[in-house]
Design a protein around this ligand. Structure first.
Ligand code: HEM
Length: 398
């Protein structure tokens, strides 16, 4: 049976209810999109198989890549093809090995557990500073702007050497890029042009920071450096920004579990993984793949050139991988979730994201013990149609 897709979320605490029906029907189900049929992967084991599969491509250049299937697209003009090639330079999330491996090898040392451990005091100081600012302004705040978006933007700006004063520019362009009615290419190229200037300046006098090390390493072209900066800037702020308010809300709705975390702060890392699993803010949109050869997945023959979307939010609610999957349980040990993906493209920034979430949430609840949301859950505006799920505002008081 063909299923309609994409399926919108209707609740901040759960994936679309249709996901459960699809998951119980089969590990792979079919959907018909205007540009062609696509497989949807619904279960955890098959999600891991596809995301780590060697006969699977993520590149939009591979024939049959499913993003084009959402709306039929004519073949690109030579100008469009050239613009796409420029956009893809350094955008290694869209590259297959071995092209992908070259970037990943250069960047892994910047995001190891040890490197992130060294960043923790700086992240703690930023979190404290943001809470100081909120408290100095009174006893109410809008948590998405004042804290959720501010923290990861500050952290990634500092890491990449992007001036934080320019945040409104790149935050707004990212929002346009990710909104369903936005013009992806215009917004993406505005950010790229901005970063091009920054890279050009850094090339004249490289510093001892992430960009400086990539420049002096001499392995990447100018356009590739711009692409890497683009990917890190966008992936580094928008994702974590959506998690912080949602995680805060979920913990406020589970006061017993929050109390247990306050008693035993050593449990925060485990709680963060459960929050990542439970919300799965990045769903199919990042998990666009195409079969590069015929293969069997979940008992189905998937043929070369057939598009695949992995439903990450469904895989993370699969009872075959998580007991009582719809329950939020900070004690469950959910680290095998696929909220950061799986396999060669598994989130490069995951250690950083975990550190930011842990420090942000722990400190917020420590310093503002009376924190509460001032409107009902139904009144909280959520990005139900956005490719990365989150709240657009969350008024709080303490
Ligand atoms: C809660 C926060 C985050 C979530 C849920 C998240 C989620 C993801 C997911 C699902 C993927 C895999 C996409 C795929 O399979 O194609 C991914 C890849 C990636 N993420 Fe994250 N991410 C987060 C934070 C970050 C941060 C803070 C950074 C930056 C520093 C970052 C940088 C990247 C990069 C560079 C990739 C591409 C990796 C590759 O293709 O090798 N992410 N992320």
């Amino acid at each position: 049976m063909a299923h309609s897709f994409p399926v919108p979320r209707t609740c901040p605490f759960a994936p679309p209810p249709e996901y459960e029906r699809m998951r119980e029907e089969a590990p792979l189900v079919r959907t018909s999109l205007p540009g062609g049929d696509v497989w949807l992967v619904t279960r955890h084991a098959e999600a891991q198989q596809v995301l780590s599969g060697s006969g699977i491509s993520t590149s939009p250049a591979t024939p049959g890549h499913p993003n084009a299937a959402l709306r039929p697209t004519p073949p690109p003009s030579p100008e469009e093809a050239a613009a796409m090639a420029k956009f893809l330079a350094g955008h290694f999330i869209d590259l297959d090995p071995p092209a992908h491996t070259r970037f990943r090898r250069l960047l892994i040392p910047e995001f190891t557990v040890r490197r992130i451990k060294d960043l923790r005091p700086g992240i703690q100081a930023l979190v404290d500073g943001l809470i100081d600012d909120m408290v100095a302004r009174g006893s109410e705040a809008e948590l998405v702007q004042a804290f959720g978006l501010a923290l990861p933007s500050l952290v990634i700006c500092r890491l990449l050497g992007v001036p934080y004063a320019d945040r409104e520019f790149f935050q707004a362009r990212t929002r346009e890029m990710l909104s369903s009615d936005g013009d992806f290419h215009t917004s993406a190229f505005a950010i790229r042009d901005y970063l091009d200037g920054l890279v050009t300046n850094a090339e004249k006098a490289p510093k001892d920071d992430l960009l400086g090390r990539l420049i002096t390493g001499g392995r990447l072209t100018h356009d590739e450096l711009v692409g890497v900066m683009f990917l890190l800037l966008v992936a580094g702020h928008e994702t974590t920004a959506n998690m912080i308010p949602l995680a805060t809300l979920t913990l406020l709705r589970h006061p017993d579990q929050l109390a247990a975390l306050r008693e035993n702060p050593g449990r925060w890392p485990m709680a963060v993984d459960e929050l990542l699993r439970y919300h799965s803010i990045v769903d199919w949109v990042a998990f666009d793949r195409v079969a590069a050869e015929d293969q069997e997945i979940g008992g189905r023959l998937v043929r070369k050139g057939e598009g695949i979307f992995v439903l990450g939010a469904s895989a993370n609610r699969d009872a075959r991988a998580f007991e009582r999957p719809d329950e939020f349980d900070v004690e469950r040990g959910a680290r095998h979730h696929v909220a950061f993906g799986y396999g060669v493209h598994q989130c490069l920034g995951q250690n950083l994201a975990r550190a930011e979430l842990e420090i942000a949430l722990r400190t917020l609840f420590e310093r503002l013990p009376g924190l509460r949301v001032t409107v009902a859950d139904e009144e909280l505006p959520a990005k139900y149609d956005g490719p990365i799920f989150g709240l657009t505002s969350m008024p709080v008081a303490w």
